[in-house]
Design a binder for this molecule. Structure first.
Ligand code: GLU
Ligand code: ZN
Length: 315
């Protein structure tokens, strides 16, 4: 162990049991943190009220079954609301927030700005006067306006250097900070929470890499640590039998499903370790042994296809 004061993290959304893809990302995040002498923290991303609250504790049990441990009690994102509101208030005081009354359909129907990436918010509500804003609020009542970030003119979308993807560039539009229903957006919450939990190493699925330039812009606007103080590693997804991203409908993909098929957590850890080039075929390993073998530079850079419970159960 070095005297490193930073932390890595895993931040699952409690929307049911973790599947093999989620577990592999969690294992990687844990290996990255432990192999670099960092603390490892867990945050339950439960802002979305529709989530299945009971699944968070099952997710934590599954992590522990694989040998993943964490420092301190898991943090519930829903309990960090004051910090989220404080960040929005700071941005608002800096003139960087505006109300948006657009529906999804409005945004799709609006002409997009020249050179804007597809799906980018066209800026419809960006420059409204106080009187127009007032009328708009009345027009959409009882729906309430969302809040968007006013990306300062001349902002160049931040690039970052990713441990697995290399140099990543992305586009930034005036993204949502708080939805009309009052829920704080992921892009705001993740930045505020990682900073308040002392996270300086972010390992997550590579589907989130395009959002990272937004996070880095927010870090800078809020005066929070940003790269190179914050390290990023976006890890390849796990694919299902059809070649698209593994999903629950792809059969037995959770530890509970696999246990019912006679495949224990040790066998799952073995196949995950094998998929990461950290174990020989069929070799049983402990999570702690993986940390000793872990070398980010040697990790596979392409998606891994889950072989399926049948293939694992076969002798
Ligand atoms: N809660 C997100 C998810 O489960 C992960 C967010 C993150 O790691 O930044 O997909
Ligand atoms: Zn709008």
């Amino acid at each position: 162990m070095t005297g490193w004061s930073g932390a890595g993290r895993y931040a699952p959304s409690p929307s049911g049991d973790l599947h093999i893809g989620n577990l592999r990302t969690a294992l990687l995040a844990w290996c990255f943190a432990r192999a670099s002498g960092r603390r490892f923290v867990v945050r339950v991303e439960d802002l979305d009220r529709a989530r299945d609250a009971g699944s968070a504790s099952r997710q934590l049990e599954d992590l522990a079954r694989l040998g993943i441990d964490w420092d301190g009690a898991p943090v519930l994102q829903s309990e960090l609301g004051e910090a989220h509101e404080a960040a929005i208030a700071a941005l608002r005081d800096a003139g960087l927030v505006y109300e948006c009354t657009c529906t999804r359909a409005d945004i799709l129907a609006a002409p997009s700005a020249p050179h804007a990436p597809p799906g980018a918010y066209p800026g419809t509500c960006r420059d409204r006067s106080g009187a127009v804003r007032e009328r708009e609020r009345e027009r959409i009542a009882p729906r309430r306006p969302a809040l968007r970030l006013r990306v300062p003119a001349g902002t160049v979308a931040p690039r970052f250097s990713d441990a697995l993807l290399g140099e990543v560039a992305g586009d930034i539009d005036d993204f949502v900070l708080r939805r009309g229903d009052g829920t704080v957006a992921y892009n705001l919450a993740v930045v505020v929470d990682d900073a308040s939990m002392g996270v300086d190493q972010i390992v997550r699925g590579d589907d989130l890499a395009p959002s990272t330039p937004r996070h880095i812009l927010l870090q800078r606007l809020l005066g929070l640590p940003s790269p190179p103080e914050i390290a990023y590693a976006h890890v390849p997804l796990v694919l299902g039998p059809t070649g698209s991203r593994l999903a629950k409908r792809d059969g037995a993909v959770t530890l509970a499903d696999l246990r019912a098929d006679g495949i224990d957590a040790g066998a799952v850890l073995a196949v995950l370790a094998r998929s990461l080039g950290l174990a020989a075929p069929g070799e049983r390993v402990s999570a702690a042994e993986l940390v000793g073998r872990f070398d980010p530079a040697a990790l596979p850079r392409s998606p891994w296809t889950w072989p399926g419970a049948e293939r694992l159960a076969a002798p």
